[in-house]
Write a protein that binds this ligand. Sequence first.
Ligand code: H53
Length: 832
Amino acid sequence: QGQEKWPKGDEATWKAGLRGVDSDVPEITKNIVHHVQTTLARQAYNIDDMGAYQATALAVREDLIVNWNETQLTYTKKSPKRAYYLSLEFLMGRTLDNALLNLGMKDKFSEGVNKLGFNMEDVLHSERDAALGNGGLGRLAACYVDSSATCELPVWGYGLRYQYGMFQQLIAPDGSQLEAPDPWLDNSNPWEIPRLDVTVDVRFGGHAEKLEGNRGIWSGGQEVLAIAYDCPIPGSDTKSTNNIRFWSARPRRGFDLQSFNAGNYERAVETSNSAANITNVLYPNDNHYAGKTLRLQQQYFWCAASLSDIMRRFKNTGKDISEFPNLVAIQLNDTHPTLAIPELMRILVDEEDVEWNAAWDIVTRTFSYTNHTVLPEALEKWPVQIFEQLLPRHLQIIYDLNWTFLQAVAKKFPNDVAKMERMSLIEEANGRQIRMANLAVLGSFKVNGVAELHSELVRTTILKDFVDFYGISKFANVTNGITPRRWLDQCNPSLSALITETLGSRAWLKDLYLLKGLLKYEDDVAFHKKWAASKANNKQRLAAYIKSTLGVTVDPRAMFVIQVKRIHEYKRQSLNILGVIHRYLTIKAMTPEERAKVNPRVVLFAGKAAPGYWMAKLIIRLIVNVGKVINSDPDVKGVLTVLFLPDYSVSLAELLIPASDISEHISTAGTEASGTSNMKFCLNGGLLLGTVDGANIEIAEEVGEDNVFFFGHLTPAVEELRYNHRYNPIPVQEKSPALAAVLDNVMSGCYGEASIWEPFINTVRQGDYYLISDDFDSYLNAQAMVDEAYTKDPKEWIKKSINTTARMGKFSSDRAIMTYAEEIWNIEPVKI
Ligand code: H53
């Protein structure tokens, strides 16, 4: 601090902003100073970037709250049908920049912040990511709340306020992933409003008694208090401001008085500890079911609190309970909130005295369910035994529902015992388990997948029996989308400005199809120049970050190839790194003259592996170690650089995505439900290299197949290929000599001892469930096409890039959320 000037910025402005001083300093500046002075209890003389961020956030939050209040009052007065988005994950990232842009106040605030001696970029970067999610599913929820506010739809999100979000990823010297906790609330969170008066009692355990008419009484056990924290979600260029209500767990009573009086203090506090534990930590699994009891407790805690809150709000309308589905739609984001179905039954039957069949009618007109995966290891099945202990009344309700349901199945498909077994809510094999997907389908009026191919797979594979039973009309598709506010305007200011300048207004941000207007300039030389300059600028920005964090210099003139997403075998980062090794070996075998002709590449990876996913962690380790060897080999210097960027997050994505020339979305066909980062890269003018999977297919339909690089086997071939791997295996050497050489190279010890990599290499050599060996040559071929397209005709490449961005209109989450609103929820926009 020694040489720093205090106060930063203009002393007169600071003084004029103080309380009680009459001045003509702009309101915004005054407000920031006011928060420095009276909320943070700090002064011009000791405020740093973090303090400036906090004061600015508190000032912006006031505008959000005013709009929030107005929005909520309007909803209460008009009493429209509302939708509730139940999601165990909301991967929000940072809020300040997004709020400023949506409010249209970024320039004014930047000016104020500057006057006070701070740089807006530094202030924005002082904010910590809210990482209450793992990956695609959680980020989708965040995009959807942005879009629902922007489209002025009466939608609330419900989630959990985890004390610890997604773990921080560190890379050890040997290349392994290490995990550190993410105490994101330590600096306090200016974006949340604690509602200490909004609480719900949630019961666990105890016993359930059955009365006549399927009614029941649930009593005893332990009660946990749910406390609401609200987070305002501003729409873009509208007053409409929605809400996510996050629940936090507290012990019902300070501690158990009986144990306390009996002199057992520790035992007394134990109960309160276990209650508060419920919202301690986000489970770090993506696309994988782990079966932890505490996770089921989280799910029930959240469902019970949210439903009680929704019911209370409904009752305030004074309407008869039979009107519930006319005023309430509830979307289940994956099977995580499926307990809301038996919970609503319990509330209606046991507490509201609604007759069982009438209650079921209400329930099945209220819920709809989004499936996000067909991977068997991701499908939730909870042991009946855990239910007996934690949720005895819900178990009774599930049994009663199942009884009636299976009778109906038997009636429709007489003598098809196998079908009944598959459709039952209870799996009888390997210990009795409750199948959450079956329950979600049973209790919902609509079930949707998240991309055309995925929805088709849902209908023809995992839920085929249900389609036979209910008919096709219960099953729909809503292809995922992304918010163009965060994923272009905010993360890529130079491209956003160019688009606005070219199209003459910012209207494209709320009607993304307007990007088509860029096509007029696809051959315009001056426009090409500006387009390329924006990309170059974003690559430099990323290069500077890489230099400052990893100390590595990358050349922004090289082609940037990026694959960022959760590390998972089905996403095949392994295919990418094996392809990189092939490239490395190829270049090494070249003469210097030949090398000089190679298209220089910087290959970037980022993503977290679930802490318990051993193979995914091994793949990270391989990537890091291959990178070390390649990056220090003078033979390939300037031609090939390979880096694993640690601790992938929303904020890092915002830096990476605008800088890609090409990104990889290379899952085994039929495994990636949709993918959403593919949309983000393409919206930012990065081309796509991918398999014919998930939303890649629809992206290609929109931007044109000649503007994407497709490779690999198609979904219908996968089953037979896997069968052959098992029963008629062909050695890798025969299938792909190129791959065989790469595997041998890994096992030669040049990236670390062979024994380290052997378990991974064996998955490719034997079984090869994810079809690396089947797709490898086709992958190399696609990479060669990429090199050719990039080097042969740079103009053509820029034209492809412009075309890609211009044709991404379909993938706005505004389109997706309006489809949910119109075709599933039956809700309408409400003007504030
Ligand atoms: O959901 C995304 C999809 C993506 C899919 C992902 C997902 C999770 O992140 C977690 C669990 C799950 O079942 C699915 O893998 O393909 O784009 C949003 O729909």
